[in-house]
Design a protein around this ligand. Structure first.
Ligand code: ADP
Ligand code: MG
Length: 266
């Protein structure tokens, strides 16, 4: 499924693409993240697991600066986000920095969120053209290559509604990749799919992991997390309850809460 005509990726190393230090995030009186720290070194896959409501999506959205936060640091490629205080908390101060982070951290959502009025190819080309200002002529071959890479090269001219859920999600992944991001942030990319369609998306995620794409992956699929992750983080009520390599987390969980979570999820 993968083509070899890929842009070479930097080898995995210790540089963090994204790093969060002691992050606190509240919605009104509800404290959702209570001092979370994590890092995604270049070329690594970090999976976030935990019950519904534990703060996984909020954490991903904070990484992408789609949410503001109360305190703590967020660093992109080692550079800390500069904050400006507001009455509700704080917001990123520097538009250029926000844009740089958003364009370099591409999100993939549970519900795909393809634009229904654009063809699949147009969906993939839209952001590089309108946000990055690249020419259509330059972007189109790359967009087609990415559609082929995720196994839907023949669907370029279809409308999203004509695709299965699994095909739509693969189109959404191609769209995210076409921004040539430094990392992918995936929020339960298989959760909206029927079991038989989950596998085609799982296959794409595994292929991306094998080529050392940096990914922050929120998933309910413990088998996927076990297969692709370099590091797994278990969130419980806004705190990291346990973390480590997948063999340790899934093979020898230490905390009672993780044991309970795993026995309910596997
Ligand atoms: P998860 O992705 O782990 O299921 P979320 O990050 O979506 O958890 O949510 C964590 C908590 O924050 C939940 O209690 C949820 O209801 C709350 N929450 C999420 N988004 C908002 C919001 N925009 N406004 C208020 N509360 C929110
Ligand atoms: Mg969520």
């Amino acid at each position: 499924m993968m083509t070899n005509a890929e842009t070479p990726l930097s080898p995995p190393d210790a540089t963090s693409v994204i790093e969060v230090q002691d992050l606190y995030k509240s919605y009104g009186n509800l404290e959702v993240l209570k001092g979370v720290s994590l890092r995604a070194p270049r070329g690594h896959v970090i999976s976030l697991i935990g019950s519904s409501g534990s703060g996984k999506s909020t954490l991903l959205r904070c990484c992408n600066l789609l949410e503001d936060s109360q305190s703590g640091e967020i660093l992109f490629e080692g550079e800390p986000v500069r904050w400006k205080k507001t009455s509700s908390g704080r917001v990123a101060a520097d538009r250029a920095q926000v844009t740089r982070m958003r364009t370099n951290l591409s999100m993939v959502f549970q519900q795909f969120n393809l634009w229904s009025h654009l063809t699949v190819l147009q969906n993939v080309m839209e952001a590089p053209v309108t946000v990055l200002g690249r020419s259509r002529a330059e972007v189109e071959p790359r967009a087609r290559e990415l559609l082929a890479k995720v196994g839907i090269g023949d669907k370029a001219d279809a409308w999203p509604a004509q695709l299965s859920g699994g095909q739509q999600q693969r189109a959404a992944i191609a769209r995210a990749l076409c921004m040539e991001p430094k990392a992918l942030l995936l929020d339960e990319p298989t959760s909206a799919l029927d079991p038989e369609l989950q596998q085609e998306v799982v296959k794409v995620i595994k292929a991306l992991a094998a080529e050392h794409r940096t990914m922050l992956l929120v998933t309910h699929d413990m088998r996927l997390a076990a297969d692709v992750s370099d590091h797994v983080v278990f969130l419980h009520q806004g705190r990291i309850e346990e973390q480590g390599p997948p063999a340790q987390l899934f093979g020898a969980p230490k905390t009672e809460r993780l044991c309970q979570f795993l026995s309910a999820s596997m």
